[in-house]
Each structure stands twice: as C-alpha cells, then as structure tokens.
Design a binder for this molecule. Structure first.
Ligand code: CA
Length: 229
C-alpha cells in the first residue's frame, strides 16, 4: 500500500519513512506542496500524509486542489500548532483526519489504519483513475468534474475497464464481462462501443485513458503508464 509523505522537515520525513516501511507500507516522499500535488495527481496512493506548513504551496491548498480534481485519496494532515482553526481548515479542505505534532508513531499507525478502514467501506462505490470517476451508487461518471452521459452498454464496458484498470483485458474477457458469457460477437460490437466510449471520455483530453493493445485487447490506464503494460 503506497503512502505519499509530504513533509519539508527532512528529519521528520526520514523518521516517517523508516517507521512506515517497518509497517510494510511502501513510501514516496515529497518535500514541498507543489511536488506533493504533482505526485498525488500522477500516482494512485492509498493515503497521503500532508504537512500543513510547506514551501511553495501549503497543505490546505494541496488538499483543496486534489479534491477539486476529484482525487479522493485519503489525507491525514499534520499540524505543528494543534490550533483549532488549523484542524477545522484542514477538514474543510477535504482532509480525512489530522494529527498534531509531535505525535507518537503508534498513534500515527492507528490513525492510518482507521482512515483506510473507513475508506474501504465506501471505496467499492467509487472508482477513480486520474480525473475519471465512476460513482456506482449514483450510477454517474465524471471526467474532470464534468458529468458524462453513457448508454447502459458503455457504462458496463467502462465499469469493466475501471474495475481492472492497469490490466490488459483481452477482447474475450471484455465481451464476457460487459455483454455476458452467452454473447457471440457477430460484427464489430466491441470496437464500436470502445470508440463511443473514447469519444465521450477521452476526446479533447491530454491524458487519454483507454488504450488499444494490438493483438490483445484494451487497457484503461493513464497515458504516462502506457509503456509499462
Ligand atoms: Ca513544515
């Protein structure tokens, strides 16, 4: 479970890295708000530990910008002050929890586990890759916050691709999942629906998500990851 630690104090950052690695988390570090924001936008972390007082961009701004981009990675804010206003601002900005420095590592681990537990109980309703979000409860799909109307078949196909995002899906698998095991493709149904889907979610985006894998099928993943299929 990858965790991003955004903390400019090198000493604390090192301690957190070592401690979290000891708990079997994989850790990525960022040392200012801008770097933290970029990394959080590009990668799918399980959690972000976000310091409030940061160079370039403070933690509130980073948190707010991530939420505005529909990036819902759980965030625990780290505040040095323990001031009530900081906590309120953090939670208002969309953070899941906060910790007051200095904190014990045991408390940090407990908070991480609690936030992840809470998130797991709701995550199956919402799937997100980059700025594409599917809310299964509401049966809604948005890209960069904009609602995208889909036909039932397109929705099913996208649901399949999202549920297996990052995984190369063969034509057989996609047809099986989205059309059902009884379905026999007569024409070009899969390609046609993939084309509709791309028109709706990818056209006009600098970061197309649906990619063809020649001779295999399709994959939904961020463009910058495409060479790692
Ligand atoms: Ca700081």
């Amino acid at each position: 479970m990858p965790i991003l630690v955004v903390e400019d104090e090198k000493k604390l950052s090192d301690i957190l890295k070592r401690a979290l690695k000891g708990e079997r988390y994989s850790i990525d570090l960022a040392f200012n708000g801008e770097e933290g924001l970029e990394k959080a936008k590009r990668n799918n972390y399980s959690l972000i530990l976000l310091d409030i007082r940061l160079p370039q961009k403070d933690g509130f701004t980073v948190c707010r910008e991530l939420r505005q981009r529909q990036i819902h990675t759980p965030i625990i804010m780290l505040t040095a002050m323990g001031e009530v206003t900081d906590r309120i601002l953090g939670l208002d900005a969309g953070a899941d929890d906060y910790l007051i420095k200095p904190f014990s590592l045991d408390e940090l681990f407990a908070r991480i586990r609690a936030v992840m537990r809470r998130r797991r109980s709701t995550e199956s309703d919402i799937i997100k890759v980059s700025d594409l979000v599917m809310d299964r409860k509401r049966h809604e799909v948005t890209r960069a916050g904009k609602l995208i109307p889909l036909t039932p078949k397109e929705y099913k196909l996208l649901d399949t691709l999202l549920s297996h995002h990052g995984e190369a899906l063969t034509r057989e698998k996609l047809l099986n999942y989205a059309w059902g095991p009884e379905f026999v493709e007569k024409g070009n149904e899969l390609n046609v629906h993939i084309k509709y889907l791309r028109t709706k979610i990818d056209i006009g985006s600098k970061n197309p998500l649906v990619h063809t894998i020649r001779g295999v099928g399709f994959v939904l993943k961020e463009s910058w990851l495409i060479n790692s299929v």
